[in-house]
Design a protein around this ligand. Structure first.
Ligand code: SAM
Ligand code: HNT
Length: 265
C-alpha cells in the first residue's frame, strides 16, 4: 500500500466528535484573550478578508473537516461557498449543521467572535443565516488527485481557504508540495489562498484514530507556496502556549499564510 493510501486508510477511523472536542472546546476554545489560539486564527482570517482584496463569485474550503469557523469571514465577499472533505462522516456533520439540525456542534461563540472582530455591528444570527445560505455544496475531495474535486468543478474559484489539511493528509513534504500544486488548479490566476496549518506537528488524535502529520516549518510552507507560483502577501505564526498543549497532538505552533496565485507563468 502506498504511503498516501495508508493515510487514507487511517482516516477511516477519524472521529469528528472527538476531533471537535479536542480542538474546538475549552481549553483550546478560549475567547477570553486575543492571545489564545482561536481568537488568533479568527483574527488572521477576518483581517485578510477585511482588506477587501479577496472577493469574487466562489470560494472553496479545502479539507473542511467537521468545522465551519474557517469560512466565518468569507460570506460578505462571495456569492458561493463550497465546502469539501475527504470523509463522508465529516461532510454529513457539515450538512447537519448547515440544516440547523438539533444536536449539531455549537459554533455560536465563534460566530459571535467573528462579528466582534469584523466590527460591522452584525448580529451573529444574521451571520449564521448568511453562512447557511451561501454554502451551496459540500463535496468530496482528495488533495492527492491531479483534479482534487474530480469533474465536480466546472471553473476555477476566485479564492481558496484551507485549515490544517495539507500537512495532516500528506505523508511527507514531497506529497505536501504536490498536493498544493493539485489544489492550486482549483484557483484562478490572481486568486487568493488563505491557509492555516500546524507547525512541526507529527501526529494528532481524533478518537480511535492517531493521524500522522508531516512536520513543516515556516520556511517549508513559504518555499512550497513560492515554488507553486504564489506571491506571499502575509505570513504569521503563533507559538502554542504550554497551557494549550493538552496531549491531543504535538503541535508546536500555527501558521497563517495569505498568498496570491501569480497571473503569468
Ligand atoms: C486536521 S483536519 C482539519 C479540519 C478543519 N479544516 C479544521 O480546521 O479543523 C484534516 C482534514 O483533512 C481531511 N483529509 C484527509 N485526507 C485528505 C485528502 N486526501 N484530501 C482532502 N482532505 C483530506 C480529513 O478528512 C480532515 O477533515
Ligand atoms: O489549537 N488549535 O486551535 C488547533 C486546532 C486544530 C488543530 C490543531 C490545533 C493542531 N492539530 C491539527 C491537526 O493537524 C488540528
Amino acid at each position: 500500500m502506498s504511503s498516501i493510501a495508508a493515510v487514507g486508510e487511517n482516516y477511516q477511523k477519524f472521529n469528528p466528535r472527538a476531533y471537535l472536542q479536542n480542538n474546538y472546546m475549552p481549553p483550546r476554545a478560549d475567547f477570553s484573550s486575543d492571545d489564545f489560539v482561536v481568537p488568533w486564527k479568527l483574527r488572521c482570517l477576518a483581517e485578510a478578508f477585511g482588506t477587501g482584496e479577496i472577493h469574487g463569485h466562489t470560494v472553496i474550503d479545502i479539507g473542511s473537516g467537521p468545522t465551519i469557523y474557517q469560512i466565518l469571514s468569507s460570506p460578505d465577499h462571495f456569492e458561493e461557498i463550497i465546502m469539501t472533505d475527504f470523509l463522508e462522516v465529516n461532510r454529513e456533520v457539515l450538512r447537519r449543521w448547515l440544516q440547523a439540525e438539533p444536536g449539531s456542534f455549537d459554533w455560536s461563540p465563534y460566530i459571535k467572535h467573528a462579528c466582534i472582530l469584523e466590527g460591522k455591528g452584525e448580529h451573529w444570527k444574521d451571520k449564521e443565516r448568511k453562512l447557511r445560505d451561501k454554502v451551496k455544496h459540500v463535496l468530496p475531495i482528495d488533495i492527492h488527485q491531479l483534479k482534487p474535486l474530480g469533474s465536480a468543478l466546472t471553473e476555477p474559484a476566485d479564492a481558496l481557504v484551507s485549515t490544517f489539511c495539507l500537512e495532516a493528509a500528506s505523508p511527507n513534504y514531497e506529497s505536501f508540495q504536490k498536493a498544493l500544486e493539485n489544489v492550486t488548479t482549483l484557483l484562478k490566476p490572481g486568486g487568493h489562498f488563505l491557509m492555516i496549518g500546524a507547525l512541526e506537528e507529527s501526529f494528532y488524535l481524533a478518537g480511535e484514530a492517531k493521524l500522522l502529520v508531516v512536520p513543516v516549518t515556516e520556511e517549508d510552507v513559504k518555499e512550497a507556496f513560492t515554488r507553486c507560483g504564489y506571491k506571499i502577501c502575509d505570513f504569521r505564526t503563533y507559538v502554542m502556549p504550554s497551557s494549550l498543549k493538552i496531549g491531543v497532538d504535538d503541535v508546536r505552533g500555527i501558521f497563517f499564510v495569505h498568498a496570491q496565485k501569480k497571473t503569468q507563468a
